[in-house]
Design a protein around this ligand. Structure first.
Ligand SMILES: C[S@@+](CC[C@H](N)C(=O)[O-])C[C@H]1O[C@@H](n2cnc3c(N)ncnc32)[C@H](O)[C@@H]1O
Length: 268
């Protein structure tokens, strides 16, 4: 086990645009948590999370889910992993923080009662292999729960600068070998891995004043907007027009869905 941050070993993740040391990244991860935590907690509760469970939180980011799991499963143990563990919580007695590359590294089969990841697999070109590994790490009768963030774009094309920026986010993700719509496949893929009792829930992310995903979109655009312009996915004025729209007291729109899917390894 390592307990110090090291250089990421999977160059594809974020292509340098989502590194933890960037000035806005910790805030962006916390905005993601504020948007997605209620849905993740509901999904984890639906798995029957209980005291005494051994839990694995993969790609834990800034750690809100890991911390919550540690509170809920005590005296059980939580292992929280990431390529960069600098933002994960320290000093929680039943929480072990581990630098671990989910693509290149492993855990022994059947090590955990619950294996969870959020907003991770869609970033990884090896996402289906990683999903299969996560299933193997769950004990028979144990649960696998995966949350993915879907960027919402309208089927009939962009109507305003905010829509153009959302389409650019999808294109930028593609250029980084991520897939901003992959999570829609999660229920089917979980069932195909042999999990039982597969179920799904969704949290809409609204932008505009007071929206639960408004800060997340603003920070995502502040951080990745220059790269989207440089790659020709939007014009610089799209970013300023989008910011103006988001500031408009009457603007409201759907920008993201956080989709949670879970299932159980067949009991012995
Ligand atoms: C978009 S963030 C999501 C963080 C957290 N799961 C959440 O939803 O709040 C993705 C996280 O996965 C981590 N990550 C990326 N590639 C990884 C890999 N190969 N193994 C483990 N963690 C990885 C990143 O460092 C980052 O912290």
């Amino acid at each position: 086990m390592a307990d110090s941050p090291t250089t990421p070993s999977t160059p594809a993740y974020g292509a340098g645009l989502l590194d933890h040391h960037l000035p806005l990244e910790a805030r962006r991860l916390r905005a993601l948590e504020a948007f997605a935590d209620p849905g993740s907690r509901a999904a984890l509760d639906a798995c029957g999370l209980q005291a005494g469970w051994r839990c694995l939180e993969v790609g834990g980011g800034a750690g809100s889910v890991a911390r919550w799991l540690a509170g809920r499963c005590a005296p059980g143990e939580v292992v929280a992993t990431d390529l960069d563990i600098s933002l994960l919580p320290r000093g929680v007695p039943n929480l072990t923080v581990l630098r671990h590359d989910v693509v290149g590294e492993d855990f022994p089969e059947a090590s955990f009662d619950l294996v969870h990841a959020r907003a991770l697999l869609e970033h990884l070109p090896e996402r289906e292999d990683v999903l299969a590994k996560m299933v193997r790490w769950a004990a028979p009768g144990g649960w696998v729960c995966v949350d993915g963030v879907i960027v919402v774009t309208s089927a009939d094309g962009p109507r305003n600068a905010c829509h153009r920026c959302l389409e650019a986010l999808v294109a930028l993700a593609g250029s980084m070998r991520a897939d901003a719509r992959w999570a829609t496949a999660l229920p089917r893929l979980l069932a195909q891995t042999g999990l039982e009792d597969v179920d799904v829930r969704c949290t809409p992310g609204r932008v505009g004043p007071g929206g639960n995903a408004d800060l997340l979109l603003r920070l995502a655009l502040a951080q990745t907007g220059p790269a989207m312009v440089a790659q020709g996915f939007i014009q610089p004025q799209d970013l300023t027009e989008c910011a103006r729209l988001l500031d408009n007291a009457r603007y409201t729109d759907l920008a993201f869905l956080s989709l949670s899917a879970w299932g159980r390894r067949p009991p012995p």
